[in-house]
Design a protein around this ligand. Sequence first.
Ligand code: AMP
Length: 397
Amino acid sequence: MNILVINCGSSSLKYQLIDSENEKVLARGLAERIGIDGSMLTHVPAGKDKVVIGKAMPDHSEAVRLVIDALVDKEHGVIGSLSEIGAVGHRVVHGGEKFDRAVLIDGSVIRDIEELSSLAPLHNPANLIGIRACAENMAGVKQAAVFDTAFHQTMPQKAYMYGLPFEYYEKYKVRRYGFHGTSHDYVSARAAELLGKTREKLKIIVCHLGNGASISAVCEGKCVDTSMGMTPLEGLIMGTRSGDLDPAILDFISEKEGLSASEMNTVLNKRSGVLGLSDGLSSDFRDLCDAADQGNELARLTLDTYCYRVAKYIGSYAMAMQGVDVIVFTAGIGENSFGVRERICSYLGWLGAVIDPEALKKRGEDVVVSKAESRVTVMIVPTNEELSIARQTLALL
Ligand code: AMP
């Protein structure tokens, strides 16, 4: 069966059509600038040339129509008709405490996702627009919601509570939820599979280091802690997000700079992280590593600060799980950046990690980068959230 995986943003829609039988990607693409001038669809059919279609997309429903047209097109299509799409799997960012697993979408699920929008005001409404646009254009096709937060719902209460008045948890559900759950689940399961072991017998730390970044402690198959919080702002230093900081800094800077609460929020989400720390040099680790190699001191400090934070989280999760068997690097930076992995691995000796420097240079493939005598296995495992969404959707049918 072919499963259409959709990741819908407020002005974009990413998709992959996956054949669930052989798990091959038949086509992938991106509709951009939906509702804005200059909207376009980039469609990449497997084994054929990419096509860029510049066409007005006033709303997401039109974007879904164009995606379907591209998928069934005589020249660059990959299926004969719409009836060859068996189901749609949507990435939904916030499932709150309501959803601890993927679900088939019906009216009550839509209402729940709507209610949870107060916890993810930028993401859940956009995800819902995608769900409705697919329902309009693919009547009768089953749709599933796969939540970014679901995998972390196994965290014990001591790991998800903040040191805040309890009433905020009771009234507003202010607590830690964690994100990138689909990736942490997929990568920890894949790491165990590659090692020929069952995840239920391993203590795994997954370092999902992409433009957004998070770490999780997966103890015997269950997430027991993760670095992102009520929103994706907490935890590691990221591309443009600050990660953990002293909350009193908000008041201090807003007073000094005359910024409102919402302007401060923009500073923390869009102007901080490695972009801010490097004084605007770049949020991209390729640029930062190149600059550091050429002797740029601020780029070096940025990378050192970033990696030190990751190493501290690894240490605390080894404590949380009372041990660690496997540490996995994944996502854009984790899979590709030797400079980042090398810096983080330089802290791991006390855990008994013995790194193979040649293996550590590999990129974008499943590989064990620790030596046989290492007490903890260190690996690179490319993530594949779309495949995981397709698998979870299929399992629900
Ligand atoms: P993601 O959010 O997982 O797509 O990761 C995107 C980030 O990965 C980019 O912003 C880069 O910082 C980083 N990245 C991608 N390719 C490389 C590479 N070859 N070397 C270093 N960093 C990379």
